[in-house]
Design a protein around this ligand. Sequence first.
Ligand code: SF4
Ligand code: SF4
Length: 435
Amino acid sequence: MRHRFSHGVHPQQNKELTVDLPIQRVPFVGRYVLPLDQHLGAPAQATVNVGERVRRGQRIARPGGFVSTALHSPVTGKVMAIEPRRAPGGKFSPSIEIHADPFATQRLTPNPPIDWLSLTLEEFIHHIQWAGIVGLGGAAFPSHVKYSMPEGKKIEYLLINGAECEPYLTNDHRLMLERPDALLQGIAIVKRKLGAKRAIIGIETNKPGAIDTLRAQIKRIHKVDVMPLPVKYPQGAERMLIKAVFGYELPATKLPRDIGIAVNNVSSLVAIADYFGSGLPLIERIITVSGSGVTYPANLIVPIGTPLREVLRFCGGLREATKSVIMGGPMMGQPIGSLDIPIVKGTSGILAFTEKEASTTFELPCIRCGRCLAACPHFLNPSRLGRLAKARRFDEMRAYRLTDCVECGACSYACPSEIPLVQLIRTAKRESHQR
Ligand code: SF4
Ligand code: SF4
């Protein structure tokens, strides 16, 4: 049964720039920077020293707690520094800098497959955590935490997020087209280990090729369904996807696992299949590089830690008229100030815009039109939240459910006065946390 989530917006998709471009691998570069806090939760703790030689795929940091994951070297090379480096979001994060060995082949010797069937759930969760696997849809939430159930609770449904609702991004779409077998293997592993009774892959109808490919492959698989979903932003947000597929409005105080659902992005499940198939931890990911400012848009496999500058160089560089560069999609992504920051596990794309696409109009006063309220999928009042944020009245913002905001950006998109509502709310959330 298919449902719809309320509100949301319909931004122009602009996926045609890269949707037909097969995934290619970027060449190895000289320098990689790996922030220790590139996942949600406690930062990882370095287990290597400056000057140490490391192999591609070798663990270089261990989880810093339960809500944390390990980190692995994307190349064979040498640890040059362990100190703060500029990271996405503009902050300086403690990071491990590795210089690639120019004489190393960087070829991986696959390990024998891991016998996941014989693992207990606890052992399975431990493997996922130490393989460094996180949500690759953008949130970088450690995947193993979703699989750890409180006593007496059980996952009934595995919900697979193939919505890819952000405009421009096509990396998940290409993955579903090019590696359906790996995706279905990842689904089979997680479904079996969690004891889920059914797996449902939610895909927006603007990806008919992915829907057909997966439908053709799942014919022989028990209790896995593909559910086409109408195109609407932010369908890929966990709570919206649950509403769209199950018709259930998950209260802000609850997590999906509280109602027996584990939500995983398609890329995370492919990473799980790769890990159990060949012992490959999460050392690379697929991203989309697109927008009018990119000379040759592409879908790429990129080692984690590669500087943005190198990825853009591979894509022919930025056009002269480029006005802004964004890490992630245009709705939830963040503008970046330096091309030296690295690709991290949560990076789904790099977008570069010329004046034609970049928003260059000026902010105007609020005209109380209510479009931001109609757009907000969480039924918040973004207009009021924005006003309170400008006045730095953060305590009052909590009464207006500040913490329920998922920073989807639908309100900013809908606002005719170009008020940067999501940026105001995001800043208020960070500042009120620090108090
Ligand atoms: S207030 Fe938050 S959740 Fe609501 S539309 Fe704006 S960014 Fe999205
Ligand atoms: S959409 Fe913009 S102008 Fe309209 S009420 Fe919201 S903040 Fe005000």
